[in-house]
Ligand binder design. Structure first.
Ligand code: KG4
Ligand code: ZN
Length: 358
């Protein structure tokens, strides 16, 4: 079974061809550089760039896979959540190919792409506990099966990646912020500043990063004579120390909430064996290390997608499409892309949720 998947929900145009034997036959990815000068993704620019590159990305992917389009069994695309202009480009491309080739179309929830991606690289059985941390999302879930999720907690304000990006922007480190913060943090002192851990004692699995970000802002402001962040002049070592304190505290917040989640998971799903992390922030090796320890201490196996599949890519969409397709879940060609699409509505057969229409 061979599935082509297309990703275009944010600032990465990606395509990949995968098989049910977990082979990645070919892939291509174009990460848009156009947004760097704006310090964040500009939706209209993103949509135009997807439109410009998508055909080429699909052709390069097929060339690398050494296959022709008719050999593909189904065509999948991220159909939300995400920036609607980009989502429409990928969804329409996949639908057009499906129609022209008379092949099934599979609408994939982008978050399900992140949620299932680790399964292409590792032998992970359902159910598993998942920390999904990306630029737009931060959730703790039990992945019970394809299309079946129990959400244990979510952020009440910023997503984890968004917090990394905003802190990086205040420090003048550019966009996306996560990789630069990780690099600077590696030579920083994580005990130099004490930062708050919002919602640490809330008794649930919800997260909040807004107070943490504001505390970092106050520190940076103290370096400016007029108290304006943009005017702050920081010695390089101080930037590293702030990055290190922020990364350690953000990780600690995630670990703290996961401790409660693990307790619940082990009670309700005693057969579950894995703690999985995915999404762009899962590329962070400091976070991966902390989660690995946490899993070990609690008798769980730790797993994460290879680093290059943590940020948005075509493989995660092709794989989630394949997981759906092999269970018989395909989508109608009139499926409407969804800018908002909670993962717990990704049920295989829910009307309009990417499954067969009821
Ligand atoms: O999953 P993704 O590519 O896009 C969304 O679906 O949102 O995630 C992008 C996010 C950005 O916020 C970026 O700063 C963050 O992932 N990120 C990282 C690292 N690499 C990417 N955050 C922390 N450490 C990293 N090494
Ligand atoms: Zn993503």
């Amino acid at each position: 079974m061979i599935v082509l998947g297309i990703e275009s929900s944010c600032d990465d145009t990606g395509a990949a061809v995968v098989t049910d034997a977990k082979e990645i036959l070919g892939e291509a990815l174009q990460s848009q550089e156009e947004h760097k000068i704006y310090g964040g993704v500009v939706p209209e620019i993103a949509a135009r760039a997807h439109l410009e590159h998508i055909d080429e990305i699909v052709s390069i992917c097929l060339q690398r896979a050494h296959i022709e389009l008719p050999e593909v069994d189904a065509i999948a695309a991220s159909c939300g959540p995400g920036l609607i202009g980009g989502v429409v480009v990928g969804a329409m491309t996949a639908k057009a190919l499906a129609l022209a080739l008379n092949k099934p179309f599979v609408a994939v929830n982008h978050l399900e792409g992140h949620a299932l991606c680790a399964r292409i690289a590792h032998d992970i059985q359902f159910p598993y506990l998942l920390l999904l941390v990306s630029g737009g999302h931060c959730q703790i879930l039990v992945v019970k099966n394809v299309g079946e999720y129990e959400r244990l907690g979510t952020t009440i304000d910023d997503a984890a990646g968004e917090a990394f990006d905003k802190v990086a922007k205040m420090l003048g480190l550019g966009y996306p912020g996560g990789p630069m913060i990780e690099k600077m943090a590696a030579v920083g002192d994580d005990s130099r500043f004490t930062l708050p851990r919002p919602l640490a004692n809330s008794g649930d699995c919800n997260l909040s990063f807004s107070g943490l970000k504001t505390a970092v802002r106050k520190i940076i402001e103290s370096y400016a004579e007029d108290g304006v962040v943009e005017h702050a002049i920081l010695p390089k070592q101080d930037v590293s120390d702030i990055c290190s304190c922020f990364q350690m505290t953000a990780t600690d917040c995630l670990v703290g909430k996961l401790k409660s989640a693990i307790e619940y998971f082990k009670k309700k799903y005693p057969e579950g064996e894995h703690l999985v992390v995915s999404g762009g922030v899962a590329s962070n090796t400091y976070l991966r290390g902390a989660l690995k320890n946490l899993a070990l201490q609690n008798g769980l196996e730790f797993a994460a997608p290879p680093i290059r599949f943590c940020t948005d890519n075509g493989v995660m969409v092709a794989w989630a499409g394949l997981e759906r397709f092999r269970l018989g879940y395909t989508s109608e060609l009139d499926f409407k892309p969804r800018p908002r699409w909670p993962l717990d509505e990704a049920a295989p057969k829910a009307p309009g949720a990417g499954g067969v229409k009821a």
